[in-house]
Design a binder for this molecule. Structure first.
Ligand SMILES: [Zn+2]
Length: 115
C-alpha cells in the first residue's frame, strides 16, 4: 500500500500564467513547443470565446499556463523563437472551418484541410 508509483499522471494545478494568445493556434503552437522542450504547460479558456459575453478579453482568450514557475525562463526563450518565426509568416483562415492558421502551415491545425 505504501508503494508510490513514479511516472504516472500527477495531477497538479498549473500555477503560473505565462501567455495570453490572440488565436487558438497561437496557444497550441506555443504549447507544443514548450512540451518539446520538456516544459509542462496547459492551455485554458480555449472554448470560452463562444460562451462569454462581457468577460474581459484577457479572460476569454486562450491562455498558456506553466505547471512549474521555474520553467518560465526557458519558456520565454521558446516564445521569443516562436514569435520571430511568426513575423516572417503571418496568418490565414482555413476555408473549411474558418480557423486561423500560420501562413506557413500546409494543413489546417484544427480540421486538417488543405490551406
Ligand atoms: Zn480548418
Amino acid at each position: 500500500m505504501s508503494a508510490c508509483r513514479h511516472g504516472g499522471m500527477r495531477v497538479g494545478h498549473p500555477v503560473e500564467r505565462f501567455y495570453i494568445a490572440s488565436y487558438r493556434f497561437d496557444a497550441y503552437l506555443l504549447l507544443h513547443r514548450l512540451r518539446q522542450e520538456g516544459i509542462a504547460a496547459h492551455v485554458f479558456n480555449e472554448h470560452m470565446q463562444s460562451i462569454v459575453g462581457d468577460v474581459p478579453p484577457e479572460v476569454a482568450q486562450p491562455q498558456v499556463w506553466l505547471e512549474r514557475p521555474r520553467d518560465r525562463m526557458r519558456a520565454e526563450a521558446v516564445l521569443a523563437a516562436l514569435q520571430s518565426e511568426r513575423r516572417q509568416s503571418g496568418s490565414r483562415s482555413c476555408a473549411a472551418c474558418g480557423e486561423d492558421n500560420p501562413a506557413n502551415f500546409e494543413l489546417c491545425w484544427r480540421c486538417g484541410a488543405n490551406l
